[in-house]
Design a protein around this ligand. Structure first.
Ligand code: TYD
Length: 202
């Protein structure tokens, strides 16, 4: 059992979650809470090297290899950063976590979802977010926000991202207590208010 709070932010590329996670971090700090703002892939150290491969490697990367690299990054992140912070009672705000692998490698790339679930369980060894917020937005809008300089994942195409988006909606349906959806086409301020409402309930 951990004493802190673990909140994950999810959604397709360009959904605005990184802006929102920063705003929530500022809000919580202003209220005197101790937070850490972190991300997957590539929070620190070894993770940064894995992120570089995952986002920028130019040769072929098989879907299985891609999954294991994201999972390797996750295992390191959970063991070395997230769990120690939770033990100290901190609020951990994490930009992407297990649901990204289900949405991108499972629904997106087509890897068996039960296998991903098992592998995720191994990577996190018992850890589960207290709250996951999915920022939902139509893919054309989100990809236009990403712009022309796309990394390896962002170059996967509109059909791939529609599968990712539908994957997130499916995950939220399956775990309605943990996973909450926010319409990410609203204004930054309104979205922030909705995020705060969800977090205050915790
Ligand atoms: P990043 O630049 O952090 O994107 P964003 O700002 O949208 O979070 O890149 C992370 C990319 O990696 C993003 O395209 C989603 C993808 N990803 C997966 O495919 N599987 C995963 O398990 C994780 C954590 C990320």
């Amino acid at each position: 059992m951990h004493r802190g709070l673990f909140i994950t932010f999810e959604g397709a590329d360009g959904c605005g979650k990184t802006t929102q996670i920063r705003l929530l971090d500022e809000y919580l700090r202003a209220k005197g809470k101790t937070t850490i703002l972190t991300r997957e892939p590539g929070a620190k150290g070894l993770g940064v090297k894995l992120r570089e491969i995952l986002l920028n490697y130019e040769g072929e990367v098989s879907p299985n290899c891609e999954s294991f690299l994201f999972l390797a990054d996750r295992a390191q992140h959970v063991d070395c950063i997230i769990k120690p912070a939770l033990k100290e009672g901190k609020i951990v705000l994490c930009d992407r976590h297990t649901d990204s692998t289900a949405a991108y490698q499972g629904y997106g790339r087509g890897i068996n979802l039960d296998e991903i679930k098992k592998l995720n369980e191994i990577a996190v060894s018992g850890l589960k977010p207290d709250l996951t917020i999915v920022f939902d937005i139509d893919i054309e809008t989100s990809l236009s926000r990403v712009g022309n300089e796309k990394d390896r994942m962002e170059s996967a195409g509109v059909e791939f991202f529609n599968r990712v988006r539908n994957g997130y909606l499916e995950i939220a349906k399956q775990e309605p207590d943990r996973v909450k959806i926010i319409n990410a086409s609203d204004t930054i301020d309104n979205i922030h208010k909705k995020v705060v409402e969800l977090v205050e309930k915790l």
